[in-house]
Design a protein around this ligand. Structure first.
Ligand SMILES: Nc1ncnc2c1ncn2[C@@H]1O[C@H](COP(=O)(O)OP(=O)(O)OP(=O)(O)O)[C@@H](O)[C@H]1O
Ligand SMILES: [Mg+2]
Length: 362
């Protein structure tokens, strides 16, 4: 795939400057640059900054979008063929480029003559043409890349769902079968302990076995809850996170300050599970790696968006330096949030603590 960069001193722009000095030639770049423009697998365009009317567009526009070049030069052509969801973003970017004279890049969709949606990566720059300004842009067709990205996100989502189903199956087995059988074993041992009180030493051994069995049973019980947070389904996100904080406090003596506001119950199952899993991993990282025992977890909903922030003021780490090899936590958090359609940021620096923020539709 072609990636094109422009700066204010690139030959391409000089060609446009030269072209604009001798503008008579019906908006065409100089011949030697014209060849260059024609071999580019991209649409090169320029537009008047006052009206945004296209003043030049390269031949490749015809094959990529299917409109005759004359149609591009009609007033508001580009605006009216932009995808409605991208129109404001694109116009704002054009305005910004006109204002600051910097290079700008953005991805957006246009509708082709046959109704297809075509994704472009556009590099935009404003140049001076005498006393006027013009916008120039190079649009690269990235439709295939966007389709591959969407496919990857869809596949990740399916893998995460399959993993959750498998976890839930194992958790059910552990809870319904192993845990119950261990509980029966413990009761049997307790009975035996009572019936052989007289046998010196034997009762004490049986008592030890009974306590060991009980310990195993409660570990299996906890594991089944970690694998599949039944509380999340039955009671909702806030009680499930409260339970998580309590478990961490009982197991590791961690003190998590959990603050929540406006979290409705229920929220979509996918969002709730995603937030729960991120909180679980982020808090486990705090306990394992931060070197401090306390952290903060904030959860609130604002205008239909769920915000989660897990922070600690511990050791922190260098994001660039950690290798993902063999480590799943941070990567799987990011993949989960992406598959659920949200955004995540990880801020951390050695000695300044760590902060993980997630924004997701409630
Ligand atoms: N809150 C934190 N404080 C300090 N370091 C952290 C924190 N969170 C993550 N890290 C660092 O980032 C690394 C990667 O974290 P990640 O969760 O991906 O892997 P892991 O916890 O080591 O293993 P896994 O999660 O796969 O069991 C950790 O090994 C640790 O060095
Ligand atoms: Mg981890």
């Amino acid at each position: 795939m072609l990636t094109t960069t422009m700066s204010s001193s690139t030959p391409t722009q000089e060609s446009f400057e030269a072209y604009s000095r001798g503008r008579s030639a019906a908006c065409q770049p100089q011949p030697h640059y014209q060849d260059l423009v024609h071999v580019l697998d991209a649409i090169v365009w320029r537009a008047d900054t006052a009206t945004l009317q296209i003043t030049y567009v390269s031949e490749r526009a015809k094959t990529i979008l299917g409109y005759p070049l004359s149609q591009w030069r009609q007033p508001h052509f580009q605006e009216t063929h932009l995808h409605p969801e991208d129109r404001l973003k694109v116009l704002a970017c054009y305005r910004e480029a006109i204002r600051d004279g910097e290079n700008h890049r953005l991805d957006y969709r246009m509708t082709a003559a046959d109704g297809r949606e075509v994704w472009f990566h556009d590099c935009i720059h404003a140049i001076k043409v005498g006393t006027r300004k013009e916008l120039i842009g190079v649009m690269v067709d990235i439709t295939d890349r966007k389709a591959a990205e969407a496919c990857l996100i869809e596949m990740t989502g399916r893998l995460i769902r399959a993993q959750e189903e498998e976890r839930s199956r194992i958790a059910r087995e552990l809870h319904d079968d192993f845990n119950q059988r261990l509980a029966l074993l413990a009761i049997g041992l307790q009975r035996l302990e009572h019936t052989i009180q007289s046998e010196i030493g034997v009762a004490a051994q049986v008592s030890d076995l009974y306590h060991m069995t009980q310990e195993i049973a409660s570990d299996v019980h906890r594991l089944s809850h970690q694998l599949h947070p039944a509380k999340l389904q039955h009671l909702g996100l806030v009680p499930a996170i409260k339970g998580l904080c309590r478990e961490l406090s009982e197991q590791y003596g961690a003190e998590i300050d959990f603050v929540h506001r406006n979290v409705p119950n229920p929220i979509t199952q996918e969002s709730a599970l995603c937030i729960f899993r991120v909180a679980q991993e982020a808090l486990s990282n705090t306990v394992k790696h931060s070197g401090v025992k306390n952290g903060k977890l904030e959860l609130f909903v604002d205008r239909g968006v769920l915000h989660l922030c897990v922070s600690d003021s511990g050791a922190g780490f260098d994001l660039q330096a950690i290798s993902a090899k063999g480590r799943l936590g941070l990567v799987s958090m990011q993949e989960r949030v992406r598959a659920a359609g949200g955004t995540i940021s990880v801020e951390s620096r050695p000695s300044t603590g760590t902060r993980i923020s997630v924004h997701l539709a409630a």
